[in-house]
Structure formats: structure tokens, C-alpha cells
Design a protein around this ligand. Sequence first.
Ligand code: UDP
Ligand code: MG
Length: 141
Amino acid sequence: MSIQRTLSIIKPDATRRSLVGKINAKIEDAGLVIIAQKMLRLTKEQAKAFYKIHEERSFYEDLCSNMVKGPIVVQVLEGDNAVKVYRDTMGATNPANAEPGTIRHEFGESIDLNSVHGSDAPETAAQEIAFFFSQIEICRE
Ligand code: UDP
Ligand code: MG
């Protein structure tokens, strides 16, 4: 047993289509607990800072533009092996390659409108959680 936390973002393409409840059901069905959650709208500067790791990639500008098109829901998920469990629950980056039943397979529209973000390792999860949440906003301390 290794209890971890991971950062989830329900992206603008999904909030626009009112998919927050359906995505949260998939998260909870996977055994993950939503221990913090809020809706906000990123500025372009904030989106660029969050995705700085990708700044050399060809898709960086489009990615940041897509992230500011509407509100997002940011969440802290907790559970056994939460980083990998949530990656598995999201499915592959490209919805066309995502397994049936995953969030991206069910709801993703394309590789750039793929409905959710999830941290890729415990270390990045800690950084990404701190980007959005202060200690007082996270339950179950
Ligand atoms: N992305 C894209 N085109 C690509 C690769 C990635 O638009 O060829 C977008 C996509 O929205 C993805 C995000 O950039 O979710 C971050 O990419 P990453 O490789 O970290 O994928 P993820 O961890 O989200 O599966
Ligand atoms: Mg990633």
C-alpha cells in the first residue's frame, strides 16, 4: 500500500460540455478520493507556467490556448498508487488510443481536446498540487 496524491484537471473542453459529474463518477469508481476541488479560469500566463515543461514542444501554444478557453476544475485525488491509478483511469493522451471505459475514450474529442490532465509522477504531483492549492484547502490532513 502506498497512499499517494495526484493533481487532476478537468479541462475547458469537458467543463463546456458539462462533464464534471460524469468524470468525477469515473474518478470515484476507480477508488480515488477527491480531497480538494475548485473551479477557476486560468490566465494565459498561468497556463504557460503550469505547462512550462512542454515549452519547446510544437503543441505548447495551442495547448495553453485551449486551457484558457473556459473554466477548469482542479482537484487533488488521494488513494493507493493514485498517480498510476488516475493515469490508467484517464487513458492514453490521444483518445483514439485510449482503452474503452477510460475518461479520454469516453469523453475526449482529440489529442488536444482530451478532457483531463493527471500528474505523471509523485514528484510532479507534489509540484502541481502546490501550484493550485494551499494547505488549508486540502482536506484529510
Ligand atoms: N498534446 C497535444 N498534442 C500532442 C501531445 C500533447 O495537444 O501531440 C496536449 C494534450 O492535451 C496533452 C497535453 O498536451 O494532454 C500534455 O501532453 P503530455 O504528453 O504531458 O500528455 P498527458 O500527460 O496529458 O497524457
Ligand atoms: Mg503529462
